[in-house]
Design a protein around this ligand. Sequence first.
Ligand code: HEM
Length: 502
Amino acid sequence: MSCPFHTPAPSYCSTAPVSLAQYPHESWLFGGARDVARNALEFFERCEQTAGIVRTRFLVKRVYVVTDPAAIADVLVNHPKSFVKPYVLRRMKVLFGNGLLTSSGEQWANHRHLVQPAFGAECMTGFLRLVRESTEEMLSSWCVGDRCVRESCDGETRDGDVRDGDVRDVYPEIVDLCMKNVAQTMFGVYDEEMGSIVRALAATCHDLAHAVLNVGQALPFHLPGRLKRRLKSELGALNDYLGRLIDQRRNDQRRIDQRRNEPPRRDFLGLLLSGGLSRQAVLDESVTMLLAGHETTASALAWSLYLLARHPKHADALAADLESHLHGDAPSMSDLEDLTSLRATLDETLRLYPPTHRIGRTVVSPVVIGGHKIPVGADVLVPQWAVHRSARWYDRPLDFLPERWTPAFRRSLPKFAYFPFSGGPRICVGTQLAYSEVAVILGLLAQRFRYSLCDEMLLVPYEGLTLLPAGGHLRLKLKRRSMTPAAPNHAAPNHAAQAVYS
Ligand code: HEM
């Protein structure tokens, strides 16, 4: 089954050569690297406004920034074997080892094939139930009972029921929620020990990604000593934890084999263990999945809430539409197809704030992109951030306009003018899972509260592993929405909600 939200766009092949130009603000010594270090997002926007393919260098490294959809299709879909993951991402192997995100070639293809069933349609119903329950649990800690810690805009905290105008820093809670969902689905467990290890590792991972991506990409890279020590101790803790989990699973499996009356578990960990991988390979794939599987969805949710807070009229219309379909409940798989306002809100969020805001590749065999020969050894960067904000494809490109996502607009858009999950063989393995998870969580959060910003300051994106709110905080004022009682077909027990709204 395909993603309920994903309308396949027409395939897009390049015919006429795409425009190619030199980066206009090249420094004689650093090339484009100085501008990247200053503000990479602006650098990509400048490239997009210059030509479909922009040639530059980062010191001595040849770099091509590709923003034309036809040329992007050449990179991601038409010639994927001419590329490997770029040098900067290969530096991330200190953290991800040879996991799916960083590996290439035969090992990548075998591992991807092995774990694919963990993302299949048959897992979705159980996954969405889990997402709904964990979101209700988070919401109940926000506003049920008399022990909620509250803040006011001036930062003062006090205990008691949530009152209108109370403030919560929602970002860390959303990160925890997404981490819990991915851990329970992929590994069958989540406890506070795992939570605190992954939380610390994720913070280090963002700093590592920021250092690797932005500080002189072509310079010989030495991991700062402080970061190295943090990484070593956190990876050690996660490896110990996962090692115990793997041993326990293997013992369980032996018992199941002896009894011969139960099928082995087919979650992500079960599939890895059934594939005869080395212990290190299992650990690498596990670290990759834990981090890639929750930081991305948390980023999408944080930016959605931020945009809803800045656009209260749209937030009200969305809440009314959701409530008329769901009556306060979470969307099911079949609901997702009908909820066009939710889909449009998510698409518009992922357009303006793509959690993975650029894709990189290194050329390993001669290749033609958009009609131009690109030399072996060059890096190719494909920035969703700049393509999604291009005036070539979007009217009022910087405005939050979910209503632009009509069926006709979707059909008219070239495939790689919008690609938050990438495309081709390296398309995000978690696309369907991620989209549905974000929809269920946002579907609940949008119906329960009206959000507003503490002040009118614009939130600055920070380029870590994902595009996250700078400082790792999103402090929002909450105001409860009144709800109508659930209709019979959505009247399944919803205890947390009943407690909140009774
Ligand atoms: C809104 C949420 C998400 C977004 C925007 C997103 C985006 C992406 C993108 C753009 C890539 C391709 C990177 C490249 O080509 O270099 C990717 C790859 C990947 N994603 Fe996601 N992702 C999301 C959620 C998830 C989730 C929930 C999981 C797992 C549970 C996941 C696991 C992965 C993995 C393992 C890869 C590497 C795939 C491969 O190369 O075979 N992602 N993601």
